[in-house]
Design a protein around this ligand. Structure first.
Ligand code: EPU
Length: 434
């Protein structure tokens, strides 16, 4: 596969829009599909991942997994579905050496460590890449795997890990890391004995991964809680499966943020309200009203958003990935809001770009103080990462004048046709290939 949609020089051009109306259908989550793809290393056979988003990180992960020995192709989703189907064949002929230039491009490459060590007892991979929010260590991944019997040699560039048969262990995390939870669970599926993982992360994407692993034949208890108990099984007990990727809650929130800032009423089809509970409650505090039905969320914008204070936390708290959207919304809200970042102290780089649009934001350590202004104004900005890029797109739609967003390849990593989806709601937005 190759990354075809992304051209380094593409720009998104957004003009003031609204009120928005209609329905947008949200596909599966980036932060689930990449881990489900890694999980296919655990057992031979043919997997089908449905509702997979059409995004560049899937292409990079597919290339990475192809390089270690899987064969992967995509098929368009049949009528009535969204996203695409990923067909992944594992013939068991795996070389546990991941090409550095691919692993270096996405954070989820670290998710190969657990399954490759668990099944093949070996891994040689670059330190994971991904968005630059300051330091993103993987010490908890490695300590957990070491407790199960793995030995690592970590250099400035990469990780070489070895083990014979991994052994179940009692592991307690200092912090509920998403990636470390996923790696330990995938390693424990084929370990000898029982692994108990305490203070585990419990994001909906982790529940999705555990559900697919269970369908494959893994024995996991406590799914959705912060204590996971995994009883290792024999490789012959696992089988390939078909699995539907859970809906992307951050893409869902993006379309809610768009209607909130531009006005109108929009139905976000397939959005799962249970996965967004805290965020929807804070959006309600900002004045957005919601109607929840069995397969979606309808959001109606207030006359003007109200300011609130928000702190990011692991699930079920307000996710750090929503934060750029929240800061963009607060920048036109009535009053002053303080946003506290508790996961990535360095995740405020986009603030400079929002200021170019007229936002009044001051950074103080890991707090952003956002003083709402009546109107933003169009400007030329660049997307510093996936979520910040989407927030700039949404802010551009609320700003009188024209906003040009560059470096859209960041947005392509995690958003499935954001331009087409927003245009279908009546937004004045286009993508220009330069
Ligand atoms: N951390 C450590 N040591 C570790 C692991 C994590 O100190 O061994 C720290 C990190 O430095 C960070 C915090 O813990 O400060 C959170 O890290 P976590 O492991 O929970 O996150 P991740 O697995 O690296 C995933 C998502 C991120 C999302 C975070 C938090 C993927 C591919 N990435 O990252 O998504 O922000 O969880 O929810 O699943 C995005 O999609 O734009 C994105 C950045």
């Amino acid at each position: 596969m190759t990354v075809e949609s992304s051209h380094e020089t593409d720009v998104i051009v957004a003009a003031q829009s609204g009120p928005l109306s209609g329905e947008v259908v949200v596909p599966g989550a980036k932060n689930s599909v990449l881990k489900l793809m890694a999980a296919t290393l655990l057992a031979d056979g043919q997997y089908v991942l449905t509702n997979a988003p059409v995004i560049d990180d899937v292409v990079i992960m597919a290339d990475l997994l192809t390089a270690v020995g899987l064969s992967i192709h995509t098929e368009p989703a049949p009528a009535g579905e969204t996203g695409q189907h990923l067909i992944i064949r594992n013939s068991g002929n795996i070389t546990p050496v991941a090409p550095f230039e691919l692993a270096d491009r996405i954070r989820a490459s670290v998710n190969l460590v657990g399954p490759l060590l668990g099944r093949f007892g070996e891994i040689d991979i670059a330190l994971p890449g991904g968005d630059d929010f300051g330091g993103r260590p993987i010490d908890m991944h490695l300590r957990g795997l070491e407790a199960m019997g793995a030995v690592f040699d970590v250099t400035a560039d990469g990780i070489v890990g070895r083990c014979s048969q991994l052994q179940g262990a009692d592991i307690e995390f200092d912090f509920p890391s998403v990636g470390a939870t996923e790696n330990i669970v995938m390693a424990a599926v084929l370990a000898h004995g029982v692994t108990t993982l305490r203070n585990a992360a419990r994001e909906p994407e982790i529940v999705d991964l555990c559900s697919m692993l269970k369908k494959m034949g893994a024995r996991i208890e406590g799914i959705g809680s912060s204590t996971l108990v995994i009883t290792g099984v024999l490789p012959s007990s696992l089988q390939a499966v078909t699995h539907e990727v859970v809906t992307d809650r951050v893409q869902s929130a993006t379309y809610i943020a768009a209607v909130a800032m531009c006005g109108g009423t929009v139905r976000v089809a397939r959005a799962v309200s249970e996965h967004m509970g805290m965020m929807l409650s804070r959006f309600t505090d900002m004045g957005i009203s919601f109607h929840i039905d069995t397969d979606g969320i309808t959001a109606t914008a207030p006359e003007r958003l109200h300011s609130i204070d928000v702190a990011t936390l692991p699930y079920p708290g307000v996710a750090t990935d929503y934060k750029p959207l929240i800061v963009a919304m607060l920048s036109v809200a009535d009053g002053v809001g303080i946003v506290t970042e508790n996961l990535y102290p360095g995740r405020f780089r986009y603030v400079e770009e929002l200021r170019k649009l007229g936002a009044d934001i001051t950074i103080d350590g890991h707090h952003a103080v956002v003083r709402g202004v009546e109107h933003l104004h169009g400007a030329t900005v660049v997307a510093p990462d996936i979520r910040a890029g989407a927030a700039l797109v949404v802010a551009g739609l609320a700003a009188p004048g024209i906003t040009e967003i560059g470096d859209v390849f960041h947005i392509d990593r995690g958003y499935d046709d954001i331009v087409g989806r927003l245009a279908s709601l009546g937004a004045s937005i286009s993508r220009i290939r330069q």
